[in-house]
Design a protein around this ligand. Sequence first.
Ligand code: NAD
Length: 485
Amino acid sequence: MSSALRYNTFEEITEIHARLSKAFRSGKTRPLAYRRQQLLQLARMIQENLPAIEEALLADLGKPKFETSVTDAGPLVGNALYAVEHLEEWAKPEKPKVDAWRSSWDTTIYYTPKGVVLIISPWNYPWVLTFNPMIGAIAAGCVVVLKPSELVPTCSQLMAELVPKYLDPDAYAIVNGGPAETTHILDLKWDHIFFTGGTKIGRIIAAAAGRSLTPVTLELGGKSPVVIDDGFDDLELAARRTLHGKVQNSGQLCVSPDYVLAPWDKVDALAEAFKKAYGEFFPDAEPLGANSDWGKIVNPNHHARLRGILERSKGEIVIGGQNDGDRRIAPTILKNVSADDSLLEEEIFGPILPIISVDSFDEAIQFISSRPSPLVIYAFTKSEEAKQKLLEQTDSGSLTLNDTFSQLIVHEAPFGGKGDSGCKSMATPALLTTVTDLACSDGGYNGKYTFDTFSYQRMYNNIPSEAEPFMAMRYRPYSGEAYKT
Ligand code: NAD
């Protein structure tokens, strides 16, 4: 299965925007019953089309079908149902505690939909990163235009076919295209732009949003480091947990460990521990070749980019290094990599992991803090002092000790970036979840944060005429007498 992606024309895009704007003004997306029904339809869309979604992800990313249920379809259905269940509670007007003298004012915060919103998503988790934000936007009562990535044509074409079949076409639409179409989209008037992608395009989106003063959420990338503390001895655990994070989606994950900083005297032992973990994860043979279920790099350009930075690297290969003509690159680990190596230039976003030797934990902190703020910092340490140094001397979207990647299943706290890795104005709910989590999906996905992203908190007051004797003291002429009592 592989299909050509039909790009929308500029005229179609303008027409879609006008149609959705009209639907929003009509108020049809505001009733909670309507929102619930659309969320249930979204869940049905994913559930009923699982085989087609699996085929599409296999065609675009070589993704094993089992992973699609676990990392894409399952979380989406769970998140949509969670939103249905919690919608009433999220949307409930709030009565803040006010000073006693204003208690008769009926001060209330109403959660009102922001309006016509745009969601632009990347190719690496096309379904999750398109529809998870959409769940929050539907729940908030917005109308939504989705712009998925042109680099996963089979997935984006399937989305274009499914969305109008399941969701109200007056209020929700997919627009497909590349940079030219997206530039046209960004010239239209939006009430919120939600962008997930690379930092470079994030700057273009932020500039466009700035021109029209449109609120924007940026979920970006960056180089997320793994630090091995001087005193951390369980290198097999560190290697296993780091490699597990690295091999997800063949390293094409925003929170993929990008490089490891390890003390000189631990590097060889760490390399051996990686070899052991690799042997356990891939017991049969090389993960290349026709029958492999090892995922592919998204397209020949990215495959060539990764081969290029690997060829230019002066590091010593510990594991892997091979690639095939079918867009695969074997999980590859290198040691003796210097700070000016090709692998340290940009976010790797592929299955390559360099180890950089440092003199001390303090040098590792210095290394990280002198670079742009990453999406996440991972550190293997048992030391409270090390934790404090990381909290106080570095910046990142999040900080995870003694594991990689598992912060994505913590649904109760917001996920996001800082600085070059994004604006943390919402949480990406359950990007990846485990079968166990699905089984108990009653526990909170962080859907409320997404709902809040697409809601405007509108302040309401009603100052009663009975308050006039008290209010009268503010009127001219000022005598000052009234304030003396
Ligand atoms: P990208 O920035 O190249 O593309 C993202 C989207 O922007 C796509 O829909 C694309 O069509 C659009 N786009 C491309 N060029 C454009 C232009 N000139 N003007 C306007 N829009 C344009 O990102 P990608 O390569 O699809 O995804 C990989 C990046 O996304 C990595 O950096 C990764 O770390 C990041 N990412 C971040 C998160 C997160 O939650 N923070 C999640 C997944 C991926």
